[in-house]
Design a binder for this molecule. Structure first.
Ligand SMILES: O=C(O)[C@H](O)[C@@H](O)[C@H](O)[C@H](O)COP(=O)(O)O
Length: 246
């Protein structure tokens, strides 16, 4: 049985900034402009920048807006926060979403690193994701389910202890029995350790229910019950930017 004892995020080095936007259009452009600004800043001082994107139904408009930003996209590597154990040409994969919603317009020339590939087993896919993660990401975009999951870290996963305390950036996740994982219990996810290495983290959420869930998570401090709390921590001490609209 999963250990339900509260596990407060140890010494949260940073907090969060909650941006409540007037409507979906403002939410979309505020998030896209903020991501583009961080990438632009990075490209001034570094030869390349790295951006990590999540799946889900929420971020599509932000990805489309971001793809129109006039950036030197050829110098941007795009990876995934998490992936379902599906090939990139599967419309339910996060790679498919990124391809169709983001790798277009100006951003079409960005270099995408899908996690899965025909002939690559789960172990190989995790190893590849960890190899890419040796280069720290500049920005990561997270989503949150109404159960408080983020990336592929689900409340009360069978092996939560291993996943949440892993010293690796990415691990394989077995989310059998977690309703938030829907039809895809086999997944690869960024870990809290991996999240901590990212200076600029955005959480994109919409609706009253998700706002209430986020507030409940913050009040609880129990990362095993509310994995979204893992996005708060960064070794850079930078706050999580939460972009919300009704
Ligand atoms: O592969 C996934 O399922 C996602 O990366 C996941 O972590 C997503 O961000 C949340 O489930 C929120 O999804 P919605 O935006 O659809 O609520």
């Amino acid at each position: 049985m999963a250990d339900r004892s509260p596990q407060p995020v140890p010494e949260i080095a940073a907090t969060y900034t909650f941006h409540a936007h007037a409507n979906r259009e403002v939410w979309t452009w505020a998030a896209a402009v903020s991501i583009a600004a961080e990438l632009r800043r990075e490209l001034i001082v570094q030869p390349r920048a790295r951006l990590l994107l999540s799946g889900g139904g929420t971020p599509g408009p932000v990805y489309r807006a971001l793809s129109q930003a006039p950036l030197d996209w050829e110098r941007v590597d795009v990876g995934l926060v998490d992936e379902r154990w599906l090939l990139p040409d599967d419309p339910d994969s996060n790679a498919w979403l990124v391809h169709h919603e983001f790798l277009r317009d100006h951003a079409a020339v960005a270099r995408f690193e899908p996690m899965t590939q025909a002939g690559r087993n789960l172990e190989g896919a995790v190893a590849t994701a960890n190899a890419h993660a040796r280069r720290e990401a500049t920005v990561a975009v997270f989503g949150m389910g109404e159960d408080g999951h983020t990336a592929s870290l689900f409340p009360d996963m069978a092996d939560a202890e291993r996943v949440l305390t892993s010293p690796r950036d990415y691990v394989a996740v077995d989310a059998h029995g977690c309703p938030g994982a829907q039809r895809w219990p086999r997944r690869i996810s960024l870990t809290p350790h991996g999240m901590k290495r990212i200076a600029h983290r955005l959480l994109l959420i919409q609706g009253a229910r998700k706002r209430a869930v986020f507030e409940e998570a913050i009040a609880s401090g129990d990362v095993q019950r509310w994995p979204v709390l893992a996005t708060l921590e960064s070794s850079y001490g930078t706050p999580l930017d939460v972009h919300w609209c009704a």
